[in-house]
Design a protein around this ligand. Sequence first.
Ligand code: S3P
Length: 445
Amino acid sequence: MSHSSQPRPHTFTAGGALKGTIRVPGDKSISHRSIMLGALAIGETRVTGLLEGEDVMSTAAAMRAMGATIEKQPDGEWVINGVGVGGLLQPETALDMGNSGTSTRLLMGLVSSHAITATFVGDASLSKRPMGRVIDPLSSMGAQFTASEGGRLPLTMQGAQPAVPITYRLPVASAQVKSAILLAGLNTPGITTVIEPVPTRDHSERMLQGFGADLTVEEENGERVIRIRGEANLTGQTITVPGDPSSAAFFIVAALIVPGSDVLIENVGLNPTRAGIVTVLRQMGGSIEEVSPRIVGGEPVADLRVRHSALKGINVDPAVVPSMVDEFPVLFVAAALAEGRTVCTGLEELRVKESDRITVMREALELAGATLHETEDGMVIDGTAGAPLPGGNKAPVVTHLDHRIAMSMAVAGLASTGGVAIDDVSPIATSFPNFMPLMAGLVAA
Ligand code: S3P
């Protein structure tokens, strides 16, 4: 699913207040994991609310290539028939991961404890991203790798059978690395342990327990210690995927910064390991009300009513970074419209996302006329106190195949005088295929 098609430039302009009710697509992290665990379970897994973005479809294609049956029903439900843990088949061709780091790193973990040799390829953005962070622990478990320079894609892995259980303390706060090791542990005899000094999103732990894996989570000396016993048996489940807070974040910020806005975003996942953006925007003075909080598919969910607010710059606590790691690009946009200075630190991981999100957002917001500068590990932004950004950039924002840069700058365009031109909106389809019509609908309402 690489973006071989022509770039699609677009200019996002202000269209007045955002009003109405929307529902964002299913959570990307939970969607990937539903497909992977469904494909490994015995029996049938039924998934409603699956995100049908390109990234998740890359995961589905890979699991099909290794033997699972994955089909969409006419009513929109997805049905997966798994092969059983240990039952993955040798894929006949390279696994195309498109733009998706989550597919790549989690599947590398899954495959590493199977007697499979698999080649992983991806688009230009993914091929620049570091895989050493999963190659290291999976090598200790016995898998063997031939990677491109710097531990990058394309790479070929020879899985270990049997793999060896390890105890691994995460050197970076990464749910992808944690999940890769836990998924490898599923087909590894004995107890595989991951120690998390800093907690990251816990969807893998929740879902592995839900599918019946023997997985425990304990606090020890201020760290999270996760243990999984292999070889596991997983049983097919019925899953309802909540709306993605990372997708909702674009509309939350849009409603906060465009005067007169009042929007209800239904069914937003608010797992505490993901909800940092709501906390931070409230600290800045944002009016975000949780309506009908409930549990959906084992995850906390609420409808969010968001109203235009006078935002104030703050020093963002670096401790929240893991719980909003994907939301900083759009937070920078909010800060660019706030009164006073916003300082973000501890963002070194942003440099190895789909693009270097510190430099790329600094360049993008400068083109839109914002006042900001980047630091080694963060950003300092001096806001307009609610005045629209000048916009009117002749040279378009360069998105570098990064969906979140495109959507963040679309939001900036809504709060600009001259509009914000973007070089390519096609990457948005990786995580949020209906972003443009949803936004147009809210502005027109
Ligand atoms: C994800 C983890 C995060 C996040 C990514 C999805 C996941 O990556 O940025 O979009 O589903 O586990 P890291 O683990 O690299 O922080």
